[in-house]
Design a protein around this ligand. Structure first.
Ligand SMILES: [Zn+2]
Length: 255
């Protein structure tokens, strides 16, 4: 039976998401920004929390862990490299490890840059990826603890996943990200079409998450630093993709 997901808002602009295995009843919360919205989502779905899968140590992804674990006695899985900065961790994971939620299998991808130990969870059989604050819909996370080169390599790792992968990220930033992406790629027709789709979803009060990785590859400028037209747009023709990525990211920081 395919995995079921349930997306909901947390804090100011964070997303929480539950992933549920109907065959065993197991349910994971991807990160835990705060306890109350996760509890409300569990109540709404009738699912029982068995796991929390943590992407990185930031407080807006970990603030609810302790309270949820006390209530549900769930297992907390977190990146090995950041486990000391995350509360109540039971299982520490690294690149290539497999994490099971009931019968669902997730593979751990190390995606450093936003934080030094950030990880993503990829469920190949379910065509799902939970990418925290590394890749956003038409955007990417700020490079806080790593280098632009490191972040670019992490984004390349995610870009290698199949086009049909549904990508869940930690925040609703899509509309602002599109406004920025258009400054670099004003003639990207796929991006223009996405802008209309996103405007329609937001007008209906709907989330723009998940996004399809195949669309991100065509529309997300941060995944396109090795496209010659993107390099040219930021005046860096002939430079390395990592240098182009660094310039695009620097421009977004000031946007
Ligand atoms: Zn973060």
């Amino acid at each position: 039976m395919p995995a079921q997901t349930h997306l909901f808002r947390c804090l100011q602009d964070n997303y929480g998401v539950l992933v549920h295995d109907p065959s065993t009843g197991a349910t994971a919360s991807i990160d835990a920004p705060e306890a109350a919205p996760v509890e409300a989502a569990l109540k709404a779905t009738g699912w029982r929390l068995t796991d929390i899968l943590v992407t990185h140590h930031h407080g807006d992804h970990t603030g609810g862990i302790v309270e949820l674990k006390q209530h549900h006695h769930c297992r907390v899985t977190a990146p090995l490299a950041e486990a000391a900065r995350i509360p109540a961790v039971d299982v520490e994971v690294k690149q290539g490890d497999e994490v099971k939620v009931g019968a669902l299998k997730a593979r751990v991808l190390e995606t450093p840059g936003h934080t030094a130990g950030h990880i993503a969870y990829w469920l190949p059989d379910e065509e799902l990826a939970f990418v925290g604050d590394t890749l956003f819909s038409i955007g990417c996370g700020r490079v806080i603890e790593g280098t632009p080169e490191m972040m670019w390599q992490s984004l390349l790792k995610l870009r290698e996943l199949p086009d049909a992968t549904r990508v869940y990220c930690g925040h609703e930033y899509t509309a602002a990200n599109i406004r920025f992406a258009k400054t670099i790629e004003p003639d990207n027709r796929n991006l223009a079409a996405r802008e209309q789709d996103v405007a329609r979803l937001l007008a209906q009060g709907k989330p723009t998450i998940p996004s399809l990785l195949g669309a991100e590859k065509k529309e997300n400028v941060f995944l396109r630093a090795d496209v010659p037209a993107v390099a040219a747009a930021v005046g860096l023709s002939g430079h390395s993709p990592a240098e182009v990525f660094a310039e695009v990211r620097a421009r977004k920081n000031k946007f």
